[in-house]
Design a protein around this ligand. Structure first.
Ligand SMILES: Nc1ncnc2c1ncn2[C@@H]1O[C@H](COP(=O)(O)OP(=O)(O)OP(=O)(O)O)[C@@H](O)[C@H]1O
Ligand SMILES: [Mg+2]
Length: 234
């Protein structure tokens, strides 16, 4: 399997703070890779560094064979990298429809994708005219993910899609991500280790801005020491 994404030894600073040190990871085409680590470990900063929102100061980010570090974020997005930020980032004062429409990269994107999106998230079709602020937490998270499905993306960077959601909604979100993975490569930040363990085939753990362990998920599920040490869960 070839790698759709390769992060090679990136260092990222926010202001004077050295946040990521020599972070490397690979995401094979077609895979779901989990990016794990406790609060403040550097997971979100890793996604933002890939996207150029916090551009790395050194190292390389290679997407589909091209070096993208240093490109502006809109160019990286236009190459087919979708981003679902943490905390259900939607436009709360716009309707579901307007949120989806604004996610278009080309004028026809929503028309081409809406059947697929509404099949995945039937609630959104029913609530199409409702304002974002009136959606439940789970519906907001579905909308945030749906927005990333409007344009054609080869890679999705998804940040904590199940955070704060009820178990039944988590199940629905997991099923949606599983189905998306049939057509899209995914780098998934997930604090809920049980969710990550069921979705991803491989993992990367970051701690204090460095990669401390990588491997196949099946091995991590048996690695109680690593789970306790780096993920703070039993
Ligand atoms: N704007 C900022 N200014 C200063 N420090 C920051 C900023 N953003 C993040 N950091 C620091 O960078 C480190 C990594 O943060 P990051 O948000 O990447 O962690 P995370 O793994 O996503 O955590 P969480 O699970 O809480 O979302 C943390 O120590 C955080 O305090
Ligand atoms: Mg984060």
């Amino acid at each position: 399997m070839s790698n759709l994404l390769e992060v090679r030894g990136i260092d990222t600073f926010i202001g004077q703070f050295h946040i990521l040190e020599e972070v490397s990871l690979t995401v094979p085409e077609g895979a779901i890779v989990a990016l794990l680590g406790r609060n403040g470990a550097g997971k979100t900063t890793t996604l933002k560094s890939i996207l150029g929102l916090t551009p790395p100061r050194s190292g390389q980010v290679i997407f589909a064979g091209e070096e993208i570090q240093g490109l502006p974020s809109y160019e990286i997005a236009a190459m087919g990298v979708g981003y679902v930020p943490e905390h259900r980032a939607i436009f709360r004062d716009l309707s579901v429809y307007e949120n989806l429409k604004l996610a278009e990269r080309k004028k026809s994107d929503l028309a081409r994708k809406e059947a697929m999106i509404f099949e995945l998230f039937p609630d959104l079709k029913r609530l199409i005219k409702l304002g974002g602020a009136n959606l439940s937490g789970g519906q907001q998270q579905m909308l945030a993910l749906a927005r990333a499905l409007v344009p054609d993306n080869r890679l999705l960077l998804i940040d904590e899609p199940t955070e704060g959601l009820a178990p039944v909604i988590i199940e629905a979100m997991m099923e949606a991500i599983r189905r998306l993975a049939a057509t899209t490569t995914i780098l998934l930040v997930e604090q809920n280790f049980l969710v990550a363990g069921q979705l991803a085939e491989s993992y990367v753990i970051v701690d204090e801005g460095r990669v401390v362990q990588t491997g196949v998920m099946a091995d991590l599920l048996d690695d109680d020491a690593a789970i306790r040490r780096y993920l703070g869960a039993g």
